[in-house]
Design a protein. Structure first.
Length: 281
């Protein structure tokens, strides 16, 4: 199945930047790009109030024009890119989560229309990052162009989720011709010799090199009191950071771990949340 790259577009500047990132991701993957506009307010605004008025509102002409203009601009920028546009009668977060069941990748901006200036990540981005059924790319900062240089960074903690992130990170680094940096944050209060950290990184590095011949992999250990802050600092020169949905300390019922939450709100580069692909229902 030729799963598409899906991006939510609402006409806001952050969503248009996200669409550019999504177009580049689609080209790298040789996949079609789907621009999706969920045109009902996430709290239900836009739904008919009159109980006798059956059905949902029709797609808007403004929405159609916005999507078609965005598609035309992306095709001009990436000739050969296949783009489809669609308006969906649903809240944008729920719409993109549902779209993720059939997607190769879902891309979201860090804020859309209606996002408050002080809100670091809008409710749509938070919802999709936590509940996606495929990898989810959160574009941060919202005004940064598609990065062309810098390594792909992955935090390694020995968890199953981090192993998945290393695999996705190796794929991304290979696509971009970039270096893969594997980073383990050790507790600075730990007086051990670092043997466990070195073993974790060596195992992860061997897996990455084995899956992508010729890939350049760097293994780093950083001592810090908080792993989330150390990873955020490390994103300053990265083109992408890949995070598992949960780490070693994550609770089973927690959809997005604390480190992943911190990255999608504060990272200085785009963040890929490494959800496993789920079969279509």
């Amino acid at each position: 199945m030729n799963r598409p790259v899906v991006v939510g577009v609402d006409g806001s500047p952050p969503s248009l930047v996200a669409a550019e990132h999504a177009a580049q991701a689609a080209v790298w993957r040789s996949r079609p790009l789907h621009l999706v506009h969920g045109y009902l307010h996430p709290l239900g605004y836009g739904v008919p109030i009159n109980p006798y008025e059956l059905g949902l509102p029709s797609p808007t002409e403004d929405g159609r024009k916005m999507l078609e203009q965005t598609a035309a601009e992306l095709v001009d920028q990436w000739p050969g890119l296949t783009v489809e546009v669609r308006q969906v009668a649903g809240g944008p977060g729920a719409t993109l989560v549902e779209e993720s069941r059939r997607a190769e990748l879902v891309v979201v901006g860090s804020r859309g229309l209606g996002g408050f200036a002080g809100l670091l990540l809008g409710s749509v981005g938070t919802q999709v990052a936590a509940h996606g059924h495929c990898p989810v790319l959160v574009i941060r900062p919202p005004d940064r162009p598609v990065p062309t240089e810098g390594p792909v960074l992955v935090g390694v903690d020995g968890s199953e989720s981090a192993e998945l992130a290393v695999g996705y990170g190796a794929e991304e680094a290979a696509r971009r011709g970039a270096t893969l940096v594997l980073l383990h944050v050790a507790d600075e209060r730990d007086t051990g010799d670092g043997g466990e950290a070195a073993a974790l990184l060596a195992t992860a590095g061997a897996a990455a090199r084995g899956s992508h011949r010729g890939l350049t992999v760097e293994e780093r250990v950083v001592a810090a009191p908080k792993p989330d802050q150390a990873l955020i600092e490390a994103t300053g020169d990265a083109a992408l950071v890949v995070a598992g949905s949960r780490g070693r300390g994550g609770f089973t019922g927690l959809l997005l771990g604390s480190v992943s939450q911190a990255l999608v709100h504060h990272a200085r580069c785009p963040v890929l949340i490494a959800h496993r692909y789920e079969p279509e229902p």
